[in-house]
Design a protein around this ligand. Structure first.
Ligand code: GUN
Length: 283
């Protein structure tokens, strides 16, 4: 079997065209969706992600602000800026790029964002709402992955879903969404015993562990749907995912490539959340 490629670039384009139309309609009524992105430090990957987020806003007709701080900034200054953005009627979404430098209490920073503007869905109140099955904002990466399933008509009810990785950004919310879609969910992590036992049972396998080509063909059940969240840089400078794409695509039913899979969808769903916040009248 050769897997169907779940193309994030194509799906993102389709969704973004709709968001642009909705943003224009809202702007015509006096509200342009606005996103503020805070970047602390000089992490190269974070700088690329933030630039891509700001560019995506411009292309969709959203207002955006990028606020950058040096790595040694006093956390109080960032908190004061968040308070200012919370009260700014032109800003509907606020995102603090993670990871923050070590001298920051990341939870405290995320909690400082007004929950109605927390377009990442990382505020404890929004995490709780998601867990209760009543989400306000769905974290962007798992939200984008759910869009792949919906777009490709992939049924989740009753399926065995295995998530590799237990991060707050991907693994935990992904598991919650799959469970709410009536899959039977297993979360695996670095201390899991007999990983192969779990992955080979998976009808849906989501790899979000951050290790280049970790998921090999022998770990995958023939006919599985494989979602690759990893973005790893190889010694030769090329990007690759957490999945060994070539051999796995020979046996999976569907697979996301890297690049061009989950990545473009993550930013697309950030636009979705910002637009929703603006449409709800968050200011
Ligand atoms: N760092 C890696 N992924 C993300 C994300 O989705 N949002 C934020 N704010 N930081 C990240």
């Amino acid at each position: 079997m050769t897997a169907k490629i779940l193309d994030g670039t194509v799906l993102a384009k389709k969704l973004r065209a709709d968001f642009k139309t909705r943003a224009e309609a809202l702007a015509a009524r006096g509200t342009r969706p606005g996103l503020a992105v805070i970047l602390v430090g000089e992490d190269a990957a974070s700088q690329v992600y933030v630039r891509n987020k700001v560019n995506a806003c411009a292309q969709a007709g959203f207002h955006s602000e990028k606020i950058s701080y040096p790595p040694e900034v006093e956390p109080g200054l960032v908190l004061a800026k968040i308070a200012e953005l919370n009260a700014d009627p032109e800003i509907h979404g606020i995102l603090v790029q993670l990871p923050l430098p070590r001298h920051f209490d990341s939870d405290a920073v995320l909690k400082a964002i007004a929950p109605e503007k927390d377009v990442d869905g990382f505020h404890a109140e929004n995490v709780g709402a998601l867990m209760q099955g009543n989400p306000r904002f769905i974290p962007c990466t798992p939200y984008g992955i759910m869009k792949f399933f919906a777009d490709a008509g992939i049924e989740l009810k009753g399926k065995e879903a295995v998530v590799l990785g237990r991060s707050n950004i991907v693994g935990k919310p992904m598991a919650m969404l799959l469970m709410q879609a009536s899959a039977t969910v297993t979360i695996c992590h670095s201390q899991t015993r007999d990983l192969l036992f779990h992955t080979r049972r998976a009808d849906i396998l989501v790899a979000a562990l951050g290790r280049a080509r970790f998921v090999t063909a022998e770990m995958v059940k023939p006919g599985a749907v494989v979602i690759d969240v990893g973005i790893n840089r190889l010694p030769d400078g090329k990007l690759c995912g957490d999945v060994d794409f070539g051999p796995v695509s020979e046996i999976a039913a569907a697979i996301t490539p890297v690049p061009g899979g989950v990545g473009p969808m993550t930013i697309t769903m950030l636009l979705a959340n910002t637009l929703e916040a603006a449409e709800r009248g968050a200011h």
